[in-house]
Design a protein around this ligand. Structure first.
Ligand SMILES: *Cc1c(COP(=O)(O)O)cnc(C)c1O
Length: 231
């Protein structure tokens, strides 16, 4: 029962992604789907994995630790997409394949100090005023931090992430995504040796607009799993 719904919902989303890409002259295979599995049980995550979904997003260290088995399948990639407190940095590095929500120089320094292997991260920019609590507050601060992070031995910046303004219209939402795209392009020029490949933007309600603005990774929860069960 669960499996059937997930299968249908996942293929609907993949179809919509392809349509949205085609509409703006992009290739469907330039864009990946992250299944945002916060507040959904491991049973469903594993069912999706068996359908070919390998990338998952979680927003809390503790929930991830409790929910996933220690020996999860090797190809099941789990990224952190929520704000990370420095005191949980060590645990996060053990649990996640990538931290997509690095939002301060302080956190980046902390992660770097704990590492003895290359480790991928994304930097998160805050592009909407009220709705999001995390993210570098503006481009200038992110670029300033990047000057230092770029020289780190272990952290590898793979790209950028943002949460667009929620419950806004097309124009405002797209303009937030366009800000991230612009910043990404600037970073590509400024740090040609950085191997950037990820522009993470777009969620259930706005991923079509994000794809039109250049997203390479959309993060979908509700539209895939249905409503999250709180509590
Ligand atoms: C929950 C969450 C999502 C998914 O949101 P939906 O609207 O359920 O698709 C995406 N990104 C982040 C950072 C989230 O916390």
């Amino acid at each position: 029962m669960i499996k059937h719904n997930l299968k249908e919902q996942r293929s609907n989303i993949l179809e919509e992604m392809a349509e949205a890409a085609l509409k703006v002259g992009r290739r469907a295979n330039e864009i990946s789907l992250m299944a945002v599995s916060k507040l959904h049980p491991y049973e469903e995550i594993h069912a999706l994995y068996e359908l070919g979904q390998t990338l998952f997003g979680e927003n809390r260290v503790q929930e991830t630790q409790q929910k996933f088995p220690i020996d999860r399948p090797e190809k099941m990639n789990v990224h952190l997409i929520g704000h990370l407190q420095s005191n949980k940095a060590k645990k996060a590095l053990e649990l996640f394949d990538c931290i997509d929500s690095v939002d301060s120089l302080k956190l980046a320094r902390k992660l770097e100090s704990l590492l003895d292997r290359p480790y991928p991260i994304l930097l998160e920019l805050k592009t909407a005023e009220e709705e999001t609590k995390s993210g570098f507050p503006n481009e200038k601060e992110l670029l300033h931090a990047l000057d230092e992070i770029a020289a780190f031995k272990h952290l590898r910046v793979k790209g950028l992430m943002t949460i667009g303004p929620l419950e806004c219209g097309e124009r405002e939402t797209r303009s937030a995504f366009n800000r991230l795209y612009t910043l990404y392009s600037q970073i590509e020029v400024r740090y040609p040796e950085m191997e950037l490949d990820t522009l993470s933007m777009g969620m259930s309600s706005d991923f079509r607009w994000a794809i039109a603005e250049g997203s390479t990774l959309i993060r979908v929860g509700t539209k895939l799993f249905g409503q999250r069960i709180y509590g």
